[in-house]
Design a protein. Structure first.
Length: 234
């Protein structure tokens, strides 16, 4: 059986769970305590999660895991065979992983007005951190990550406008098609969906996206096609 090593609060870990759900593969979850990452160097020498173990294979990084799973379990592929579609999936996944991700880190975790909405979920993975001290710690960490990347240096009003542009772009892509690339779900849909779901914890984003029915309908389609076992159990 496949073992997934994860931080439950990470959208990248949700990405892997959704891929496994789409493929109908059985797996077990090992939650990695954030203060004991060094103890898991055998599955992730970099300390990055998710990581998976399948028989003798160990793979870390959500994108590498997606390509590995398509090679090992080619039925219900998430990466298109067509070269053009595959290129578009690559570009959209990079948009999700390297742009949308930093918006969710900043807006979901790095802004004090939103952090209370996620603090209980983080507390479950950080048992040695005092619950009362956790919100300030999360804000500090989220803000530091986004500042190092760049968007954290912008005023909140500008970040919100940028996030709205991303929402508008997603909404426009979905006006004439059910899926982001091609005629069926792909890695593009899964990668973007997990970042959008994380961003919905931020009121500034969720209030803007709520009236956009195409995005809500698309999220329902993605979650029906690629169910997340952990999300369903919550």
């Amino acid at each position: 059986m496949i073992t997934v090593y994860q931080f439950s609060t990470s959208p990248f870990c949700a990405k892997v769970r959704k891929i496994l759900g789409y493929k109908g593969l059985h797996y077990e979850i090992v939650e990695v305590p954030r203060d004991k990452v060094a103890e898991f160097k055998d599955v992730s020498p970099t300390g990055k999660f998710p990581a998976i173990r399948n028989d003798g294979d160990v793979v870390w990084d959500s994108t590498d895991i997606a390509y590995y799973l398509d090679a090992a379990f080619p039925e219900r592929a998430v990466i298109p065979a067509d070269a053009h579609d595959r290129a578009i999936v690559h570009i959209i996944e990079e948009w999700a992983d390297e742009s949308l991700y930093f918006y969710e880190v900043l807006m979901r975790i790095g802004w004090p007005q939103n952090v209370e909405r996620v603090v209980d979920e983080f507390a479950a993975t950080m048992p040695n951190v005092d619950r009362q001290a956790l919100p300030a710690l999360l804000v500090e960490k989220g803000s530091a990550i986004a500042t190092a990347q760049g968007i954290g240096r912008k005023p909140q009003e500008q970040v919100v406008q940028d996030a709205k542009r991303h929402a508008d772009a997603l909404d426009a892509l979905l006006q004439k098609q059910l899926w982001l690339v091609g005629e069926k779900i792909s890695l593009a849909d899964i990668a973007v969906s997990v970042q959008v779901e994380a961003l919905l914890y931020a009121r500034e984003f969720s209030d803007y996206v709520k009236p956009k029915g195409k995005i809500a309908e698309w999220l329902k389609r993605v979650n029906a096609a690629a169910p997340d076992k952990q999300r369903m159990a919550a």
